[in-house]
Design a protein around this ligand. Structure first.
Ligand SMILES: Cc1cc2ncn([C@H]3O[C@H](COP(=O)(O)O)[C@@H](O)[C@H]3O)c2cc1C
Ligand SMILES: O=C(O)c1cccnc1
Length: 347
């Protein structure tokens, strides 16, 4: 992965600073314009075509009681995305962004649909309280599916990738991956997901602790010290890993991508274990209501665009941030400079 070129850095900053506005007054929008122009390595960036890829999969440990909702909601919601009735479908339609759903591991077969890619790696993961969640081959296949889907979209032409997920139980799987990578206990990383009460959260965190203890014993290593492939096989999820693969390929192809909520940020954390520079291409859409997200964002030094207490996933926060990213590029390209508009600058 080539690091982003710094050749235009001072010209990009100069272009921002000479617009008809007090210095720095467009705040976070300036940082966004700077990031997109740097990634595209141009003083005239484009932000006209974006694509949303939603990865779907199931999780064996859901049967132990990790979510407020039953597993059959995963395929039902995939149907809803395809029919155009889900939140992400509605917002993508509003902004003219094509949506594609990729089945990487839903527990049942999904009927064919023009917006669905049938890329099932397995019929869900194994219950990670009892065994490793995935084989190494499944992990690599899931990473590869995410990467392939991004290559397809990039070959059609795109300025921005957005990723989303659907998989009942995947806030728990994300918390477990976060604990395994960071060494934080499950109590610190577990949240309410789709709406568990306090008792439900304690049960979820006990399940995650059981999975982390089982895997630590089998690897003979404490959490925080596992290799990335150990994290992925022991406690990973197929849609989360597919998003990591998609992020890594976006960065390789020098395309910016939008990180949605907590689950998507954990996918980025995993991708970062493989390639640190992937983070330079990430635009953080929002701070989710899932409790561990704020701290995780701080660790990335991220300044999320929105803070709406969304706790939905699907890529819904990413698509909501899209018009703001477009506005950042629009001001950078189209606003007058003090010189062009004949406006006096600060003395
Ligand atoms: C109707 C419905 C639509 C959703 N859309 C996204 N999610 C979100 O909720 C799930 C994660 O939460 P948990 O870990 O608590 O199961 C994921 O599928 C995520 O995309 C949904 C969940 C439900 C119930
Ligand atoms: O922040 C997220 O990604 C999230 C939170 C709750 C439920 N689903 C997703």
């Amino acid at each position: 992965m080539t690091p982003i070129s710094d050749a235009l850095d001072s010209q990009i900053q100069h272009k921002i600073d000479t617009k008809t506005k007090p210095l720095g007054s467009l705040g976070g929008l300036e940082a966004l314009a700077y990031q997109v122009a740097r990634i595209q390595n141009t003083l005239v960036p484009e932000m006209k075509r974006a694509h949303m890829l939603v990865f779907a999969a199931d999780h064996g440990a859901v049967e132990k009681g990790m979510s407020a909702f039953p597993q059959e909601v995963t395929p039902q919601m995939v149907g809803n995305f395809l029919a155009g009735g889900a939140a992400v479908s509605v917002f993508c339609r509003q902004h003219n962004v094509p949506l594609k759903v990729i089945d990487v591991g839903v527990k049942v077969d999904m009927p064919d649909h023009p917006l669905l890619a049938q890329r099932k790696v397995a019929y869900g993961s194994q219950d990670f309280t009892e065994h490793a969640a995935l084989t190494l081959e499944e992990v690599n296949t899931a990473l590869g599916v995410g990467a392939d889907e991004v290559s397809n979209v990039v070959s059609q032409g795109t300025d921005l990738l957005m990723f989303g997920e659907m998989g009942i139980g995947n806030t728990g799987v994300s918390s477990c991956m976060l604990s395994a990578i960071s060494g934080q206990r499950a109590e610190e990383t577990t949240g309410r997901g789709t709406g568990l009460d306090d008792e439900g959260v304690s049960q979820k965190s006990a399940i995650l602790t059981q999975a982390l203890n089982r895997a630590s014993t089998s690897l003979n290593k404490p959490i925080g010290e596992w290799a990335p492939w150990e994290v992925a096989t022991q406690v990973g999820g197929l849609e989360i890993l597919a998003m990591s693969g998609a992020m890594l390929r976006s960065a390789e192809l020098q395309k910016p991508f939008v990180v949605d909520g907590f689950i998507c940020t954990v996918a980025l954390l995993f991708a970062k274990q493989m390639q640190a520079h992937v983070v330079d291409y990430a635009i953080f859409a929002h701070q989710s209501g899932e409790q561990a997200h704020r701290k995780l964002l701080n660790e990335f030094d991220a300044r999320p665009i929105l803070k709406l207490d969304l706790r939905l996933g699907e890529g819904s926060g990413a698509i909501l941030a899209y018009p703001i990213i477009q506005s950042a590029v629009a001001f950078f390209n189209d606003m007058a400079s003090f010189e062009s508009a004949g406006v006096s600058n600060a003395t």
